[in-house]
Design a protein around this ligand. Structure first.
Ligand code: NAD
Length: 441
């Protein structure tokens, strides 16, 4: 089948490359010429493990190409996916649908024959109807006899394991309302149905809401374990054991029970805000999601205070080494990363920051001021008064503690991801602080 993917970011590029791996012919479109130029030259505009090889293989096979020219891509497509950004609108938390609607208009201008217009971006309930209106009225305006349906196909891939998530999803959610639309979606995902991946076909509205409900639930689960961690600290309990104790209950499950500095990234913060805005619009109270979002914001600031406390109550004139800047490992995505709150809070408190991240430093340099970006973890610790682990990149899991101690002015470690066990640090000379394990040392 022929696919046009509008938007070649984290979702569009991975989805487009994976669809081409399924055997479909895919054109990935982006309005950012630098992104397309890089892709045409074989350079990935994002860091995602395995993506370069996947793209190279399918470009080579002639199933995948890149362009800024939408009119050259859409005609002849069986499906046109919209995978553009839906950031938070300033002020009210609603999803900004400007890019989605602009893409819908652009598609209508060049549509020929029949195509299914599929929204893959995360969009509020009701967006599919708006997209149908936009495309329909534009076709009428220009006197086009092209036919189309709309569908919703929210994406659940996670950055860092995006290819595997797309290729082996827990489920595919499709909102479609005509037989023709359902047939196109089934054909597109046929390789997954051979692997018995459940495809859940719902109304468009339900599919749109499933995506937000899933993210809000996961964000709530993270917030829940973070609050339990706070309680463990005060009550002398261990949150790691607690998480295991509840996670072994199959009704709860072990995933997303890792305490840390609060959720961040390109999805959970904006999607919880957008869901709350939608609920407001329908005059429905989503108290649990609201509480999770508020607690998460407060948590990021509390983490900076925790680092200050570990430095003896003041960081004035002190240097803190920050290991990890991205919101999670195996991505270069800095969007709403906790480090973007923690570092400025430490700076306001008087600290100087030396930071290292394996993939996020180029983007971090655009978002943070007065940070010294270092060549590796040891370089960051050189002359610092404390080290804070903010993102759990694998390379931070087995630091040479002797070497680290020799570099730090005072051997203080604040492990916001619990990647070490307190007993591993026993006798190392480090003062070790972690999340949710007994009393705050
Ligand atoms: N990043 C994730 O992990 C993830 C996971 C699931 C769902 N989503 C959702 O997928 C959507 C896209 O997210 P992303 O992280 O890939 O965003 P992104 O910012 O990485 O990519 C969006 C791309 O769309 C391009 N674009 C915008 N308007 C365009 C137009 N009219 N024509 C062509 N290109 C256009 C931009 O230049 C950009 O490259 C969002 O709604 C997001 O919530 C993201």
């Amino acid at each position: 089948m022929q696919i046009t993917m509008i938007g070649s970011g984290y979702v569009g590029l991975v989805s487009g490359a994976c669809f081409s791996e399924f055997g479909h012919t895919v054109v990935c479109v982006d309005k950012d010429p630098a992104k397309i130029e890089a892709l045409e030259a074989g350079r990935m505009p994002i860091y995602e493990p395995g993506l370069d090889a996947l793209v190279a293989r399918n470009v080579e096979a002639g199933r995948l190409r890149f362009t800024t020219d939408l009119p050259s891509a859409v005609p002849g497509s069986d499906a046109v996916f919209i995978a553009v950004g839906t950031p938070s609108r300033r002020g009210d938390g609603h999803a900004d649908l400007t890019y989605v609607f602009a893409a819908a208009r652009e598609v209508a201008d060049v549509l020929q024959g029949y195509a299914l217009v599929v929204t893959k971006s995360t969009v509020p309930v009701g967006t599919g109807t708006r997209v149908r209106e936009i495309v329909g009225s534009r076709l009428k305006e220009i006197g086009s006899d092209a036919r189309f349906d709309v569908a919703s196909n929210p994406e659940f891939l996670r950055e860092g394991s995006a290819i595997d998530d797309f290729m082996r999803p827990n489920r595919v959610v499709v909102g479609a309302e005509t037989e023709e639309a359902r047939t196109v979606m089934h054909r597109l995902y046929r390789p997954l149905s051979l692997r018995e991946t459940p495809m859940l076909v719902t109304s468009i509205e339900t599919a749109e809401l499933i995506k937000y409900a899933a993210n809000a639930f996961l964000a709530t689960k993270i917030t829940f374990i973070n609050e339990m961690a706070d309680l463990c600290e005060q009550a002398g309990a261990d949150v790691q054991d607690l998480a295991r104790g509840i996670g072994l209950d199959q009704r709860i499950g072990p995933k997303f029970l890792h305490p840390g500095p609060g959720y961040g990234g390109s999805c959970f913060p904006k999607d919880t805000r957008a869901l709350l805005a939608t609920a407001d619009q329908y005059r429905v109270k989503l108290g649990i999601v609201g509480a999770a979002a508020t607690a998460n914001e407060q948590r990021k600031h509390a983490m900076a205070e925790r680092i200050v406390a570990a430095c003896g109550g003041s960081v004035v004139g002190k240097t803190v080494a920050v290991l990890g800047l991205t919101f999670k490992p195996n991505t270069d995505d800095m969007r709403e990363s906790p480090s973007l709150d923690i570092i400025p809070a430490l700076q306001r408190a008087g600290a100087t920051i030396r930071a290292y991240d394996p993939q996020g430093m180029a983007e971090a340099a655009r978002l943070l001021n007065d940070v010294t970006f270092c060549g590796d973890a040891y370089d960051a610790m050189d002359g610092a008064d404390a080290v804070a682990i903010v993102t759990e990149w694998n390379q931070f899991r087995a630091l040479d503690l002797e070497r680290a101690k020799g570099l730090l002015r005072t051997p203080v470690m604040v492990d916001l991801r619990n990647i070490y066990r307190p007993e591993e640090l026993d006798g190392s000379g480090f003062t070790y602080h972690s999340i949710g394990r007994g009393h705050l040392k």
